[in-house]
Design a protein around this ligand. Structure first.
Ligand SMILES: Cc1ncc(COP(=O)(O)O)c(C=O)c1O
Length: 414
């Protein structure tokens, strides 16, 4: 890995990163934009935007089907993107990368396909920290196949309780599905240890990496997870594209979950036979441009380097936390042991939606709501929180703009 920020002039490095993102320089409601809604989606660098334009302008054709030059080039670019994603997360082969619409579809794929291999009485273990995408597909599996869904509680600080996690595991646990990083609280789970514990009980493990891959290096072989799901749009890539990583040995055993073109070997009216993974799981025309754009986004992240990204984001998170804690009218929701990317909070006596609307008028884009994690809101007994979430292009000015705008909120509400 590259070393961290240049010690002599870190500000210039961050300025140069920001220049790659044209949208950051467009005023919003006549104000400088402080974009702090990166947990919802990140902005896109020019290289990603240009790759989409170039694909549609110069290469567009359907993949895997044509014998003509454009189709061959589109196929090569699509498969190159797959190889790039395998490299990005340290998979052992491109065949372990399935392109999906995003994290949600990747988790549903596992629930619908691997889920078919589970039996009544098998247990699926999740945590109370999960995004709805990592809850609802398992409830649907429970209702379909009679599995038992168990939920590991969280501590007041917003960490998965380690003792409860260990004691929830047993020989009945068939699958463990956990967020790498919580989108609602920013908690970074100690997933390497959790994966090892789950494996010791013979369970397979799916990691929801939606909030991790833009912030920290992920090495799926080192982690030894069985599945890893993530979205292009949360890592500076396009929307509508994502990845499910799966170990080849598992993908080969799993039945397809959607039928159609591209996923078959032969079709007769009596029966069909299926293509090998990953194609078995990619029915229909894929989001070719999206995959290429996601590949470019991964290239962009690697070019910047995780060491400087992590150093910068840690400094910025610490600064934001310190500033927020200095405001007596702010209550932090969740104080996890290790945090990445996001801070959730409440402004005393002001509904988060009102906070969001006022901040918007000051050019500050944050998220106010339940963050698709209603059980987390229920745990803290709040209807919603305000969430500021960070990306590599955020700077101290963005945090200052957030803090100044929060002061305005306080003044307006007395
Ligand atoms: C932790 C987590 N999991 C899953 C998702 C769903 O991602 P997508 O909407 O891209 O499928 C999100 C999106 O916010 C998330 O933060």
């Amino acid at each position: 890995m590259k070393s961290g920020l240049p010690q002599n002039d870190p500000e210039s490095a961050i300025k140069a990163w920001r220049k790659a993102f044209p949208i950051l320089f467009l005023p919003v409601r006549g104000k400088r934009l402080a974009y702090l809604d990166n947990g919802a989606t990140t902005q896109k660098p020019s290289t990603v935007i240009e790759s989409l334009e170039r694909y549609y302008g110069e290469t567009n054709a359907n993949v895997h089907r044509g014998v003509h030059d454009l189709s061959e080039r589109a196929t090569a670019a699509y498969e190159q993107a797959r190889a790039g994603m395998a490299d990005f997360i340290g998979a052992s082969a491109p065949e372990e990368i399935i392109f999906t619409r995003g994290t949600t579809e990747a988790i549903n794929l596992v629930a619908w396909s691997y889920g078919e291999l589970l039996n009544p009485g098998d247990e699926v273990l999740i945590s109370a920290l999960e995004h709805h995408s990592n809850i609802v597909p398992w409830q649907m599996l429970r209702d379909r196949r009679g599995i038992t869904l168990k939920v590991v509680p969280i501590t007041r600080e917003g960490d998965i309780n380690p003792d409860d996690f260990s004691s929830a595991l047993s020989e009945k646990t068939a699958l463990v599905a956990l967020a790498h990083v919580s989108n609602a609280l920013g908690t970074v789970n100690p997933i390497a240890d959790m994966i090892a514990q789950a494996h010791a009980q013979g369970a397979v493990v799916l990691i929801d990496g939606a909030q991790a891959v833009a912030h920290m290096p992920v090495e799926v072989q080192k982690l030894d997870c069985d599945f890893y799901a993530f979205s292009g749009h949360k890592m500076y890539g396009p929307t509508g594209i994502g990845v499910l990583y799966g170990k080849s040995s598992l993908l080969e055993r799993m039945p397809p979950w959607q039928g159609g073109g591209d996923m078959i070997r032969t079709v007769e009216f009596e029966r069909s036979t299926y293509a090998p993974p990953p194609y078995k799981f990619e029915a229909g025309t894929p989001h070719i441009a999206g995959a290429i754009g996601m590949g470019k986004a991964a290239e962009y992240i690697r070019q910047v380097g995780f060491a400087p990204i992590m150093e910068h984001e840690t400094i910025l998170l610490d600064y934001a936390l310190q500033q927020l804690q200095s405001l007596e009218f702010i209550r932090l929701i969740g104080t996890p042991q290790v945090r990445s990317g996001a801070i959730s909070f409440i402004v005393t006596d002001v509904h988060p939606h009102d906070v969001g609307t006022i901040l918007d008028h000051h050019g500050v884009a944050i998220r106010a709501g339940h963050h698709c994690a209603m059980p987390v809101m229920q745990f803290y007994q709040v209807p919603a929180t305000v969430r500021a979430s960070f990306a590599l292009y955020n700077n101290h000015e963005d945090v200052d703009q957030l803090i100044d705008s929060l002061q305005q909120v306080r003044e307006m509400f007395g």
